[in-house]
Design a protein around this ligand. Structure first.
Ligand code: AMP
Ligand code: ZN
Length: 293
């Protein structure tokens, strides 16, 4: 496999019918992300964008590519990591985030759930009798909005990739969670003065592309999955379709970008415990904490 420049290729991009070497791939990737950010106006000059970093390849790629494009986009980039207190895992991923931000020279804010609230995600899951993943989702959504906002962020970026987007769609469509699907967009505008806009710059980039990008740039990340992660069959099904019809995921995501899915928006009220905007009182985060107290 040769790149168009003659060098040995490191990746073959089936949807684009393109084989690229490491340096041509880095150019290709950055060009695609730049174009995507401009197309959907994901950022405005003068803004501070906080990237939520998990320690994994996708958010590492998101942070690195946003920093790479930050001068021409006129933005400041910072990072936030939430240590969820998952035994044998959270230490490792926090360490990966610290190494990544040190290498890129990007300020990193680490929120430690156990230090700040006295309980980790596993304990919260036990006391609420909910799955670790659902509790974790509540905690991350809450802190990934509140902490960057308090630090002066204008937007929060996540590393959600093309594979996530397609899997998420099928999983939620087939279980009737249309509200969640309606939120599956490159840009989620603010719906409340205390809710930051959320952006997904890697909406059209596959997990493999993100992995190759961080590898080509020699950036550290943690490859191990969270011990509570459940693999969804919808991810596997989407992969089977992709094999039969290369480019399926990309075309699907582009459809999602264009169409408007209208689902009823919850009315905001203010949580009487923490003061954050929420659809219920207390908010989902405070309810979980209360159950563990
Ligand atoms: P996940 O919910 O694990 O699929 O992750 C989706 C995105 O959320 C990642 O790409 C990150 O941007 C962000 N994220 C996940 N876990 C964390 C974490 N512990 N701290 C900060 N951001 C995270
Ligand atoms: Zn609350």
């Amino acid at each position: 496999m040769k790149c168009r420049c003659g060098k040995e290729a490191i990746i073959h991009l089936r949807p684009y019918r393109l084989s690229l070497c490491d340096s041509c791939f880095v150019d290709f990737y950055e060009r695609k992300v730049r174009r995507f950010i401009r197309k959907w106006r994901l950022v405005e000059p003068g803004e501070t964008v906080y990237v939520a970093v998990s320690g994994g390849k996708d958010s590492a790629a998101c942070l690195a590519v946003l920093q790479q494009l930050s001068v021409e986009l006129g933005i400041d980039v910072a990072a936030i990591h939430i240590n969820l207190g998952i035994t044998g895992y959270s230490e490792k991923v926090e360490d990966a985030c610290r190494r990544l931000c040190r290498m890129l020279d990007i300020p990193l804010e680490v929120v430690n759930l156990v230090d700040a609230y006295g309980v980790g995600v596993e304990e919260l899951a036990r006391s609420t009798r909910r799955s670790a993943c659902s509790v974790c989702g509540v905690v991350k959504r809450y802190l990934m909005n509140r902490v960057p906002r308090e630090l002066g962020a204008n937007r929060v970026a996540t590393g959600h990739n093309l594979d996530d987007v397609v899997e998420f769609f099928f999983k939620n469509w087939t279980s009737g969670n249309y509200f969640w699907i309606s939120k599956q967009k490159p840009l989620l505008p603010s719906t409340h003065p205390k809710v930051l806009p959320k952006i997904k710059p890697l909406f059209e980039r596959s997990g493999l592309e993100n992995e190759m990008y961080v590898k080509a740039r020699g950036l550290p990340y943690e490859a191990d999955e969270c011990p509570h992660a459940v693999t969804s069959r919808w991810g596997e099904i989407a992969e089977l379709v992709e094999e039969r019809a290369p480019g399926f995921k990309l075309a699907f995501a582009r459809g999602l970008e264009e169409i408007k899915i209208v689902a009823p928006e919850p009315q905001f009220t203010q949580c009487s415990v923490c003061g954050e905007p929420s659809s219920g009182d207390p908010c989902a985060f405070c309810r979980i904490l209360r159950a563990a107290a």
